[in-house]
Design a binder for this molecule. Structure first.
Ligand SMILES: C[S@@+](CC[C@H](N)C(=O)[O-])C[C@H]1O[C@@H](n2cnc3c(N)ncnc32)[C@H](O)[C@@H]1O
Length: 281
């Protein structure tokens, strides 16, 4: 995927996340924000092109408060785009290209609010959760959303048992992913977060599902969903296609059939995810 394609993927994902974020968890997040005062210091981890900051501005989540909003992401081209897209927001977004773990090691007890959307599931929870929560002031608020939780479905079926084998291998690539020598990813991050948050002393105030469901209406996908689905199939290609268990030609036939389903507006994609709001100890 090129840098421009990744930016388009994140932009396409925004409208899907808008539809998918758990409304009950979001409402609790906003009511806790309202009680938090006017001069909030907000940190977003792996914030990409700033879609969460844009969403919170569009929805008026901060009311009349003007937060100091800091967004970090490891990819410099993504940060450049975040600066561009967030320039007109009613609050200033300070965007910084840095590895989240490196940044978090320098932060103890300094932020009122911590946000991570479609981010924590890229890491080993037992290390990232306490490291992230430590950055909050005592009792600080966290909003951790779109945490993948073990279910991917592509419909209609092509071959039920082969579909299942591919979906299982896709999850295994998340569980076995190693980046810079460190275990990174968990295909059951959503449900595992309950225990990891508690183990880190956090108080979970609300939780609920934020499943992605992409289905065309009359074979016409909404927004940029067709492009988004193409990216998801690209992720399958990169991850599952690199597995030694896979027969390359059978997998290529399967991928081509899935891409043809997208072209005809037939492919339905489901991913189970969970959202959390709560407070650090
Ligand atoms: C799935 S994207 C989600 C982006 C954004 N939160 C959103 O929902 O649009 C994950 C983001 O995490 C960033 N990322 C991955 N590993 C990171 C790390 N170690 N430190 C900082 N950012 C990281 C990627 O560059 C990417 O922008």
């Amino acid at each position: 995927m090129t840098d421009d394609e990744f930016i388009r993927y994140l932009a396409a994902k925004k409208s899907l996340d808008d539809r998918s974020l758990n409304a009950h968890v979001y409402a609790r997040f906003v009511s806790e924000l309202a009680a938090a005062g006017a001069r909030l210091r907000v940190l977003e981890l792996g914030g990409g092109i700033g879609t969460m900051a844009q969403r919170l501005a569009e929805r008026g989540a901060f009311g009349s408060a003007l937060p100091e909003y800091m967004l970090i992401d490891e990819q410099p081209h993504v940060i450049t785009e975040a600066r561009r897209r967030c320039a007109a927001l009613p609050f200033e977004v300070n965007a910084l290209a840095i590895d989240a773990r490196e940044f978090l090691h320098t932060q103890t007890g300094v932020w009122d609010v911590l946000i991570a959307n479609a981010f924590l599931d890229l890491f080993e929870l037992k290390s990232i959760v306490p490291l992230a929560l430590r950055a909050l002031k005592p009792g600080g608020l966290f909003y951790f959303t779109i945490n993948f939780d073990g279910v991917t479905k592509l419909l209609p079926q092509i071959d039920a048992s082969y579909d299942e084998e591919i979906e299982a291998l896709y999850h295994r690539t998340m569980d076995e992913r190693v980046i810079d020598g460190v275990r990174s990813g968990d295909s059951h991050s959503g449900s595992n977060l309950f225990m990891h948050l508690r183990a880190a002393g956090a108080h979970i105030m609300a939780s609920g599902s934020s499943d992605w469901v992409v289905c065309a209406e009359e074979n016409e996908y909404a927004h940029d969903d067709a492009f988004f689905l193409g990216c998801i199939l690209g992720f399958f290609e990169e991850s599952v296609g690199a597995r030694s268990e896979i027969n390359a030609s059978r997998f290529r036939t399967w991928l081509n059939a899935r891409r043809a389903q997208v072209a005809r507006g037939e492919l339905i994609y489901l991913a189970h995810q969970l959202d959390f709001v709560g407070r650090a100890r």
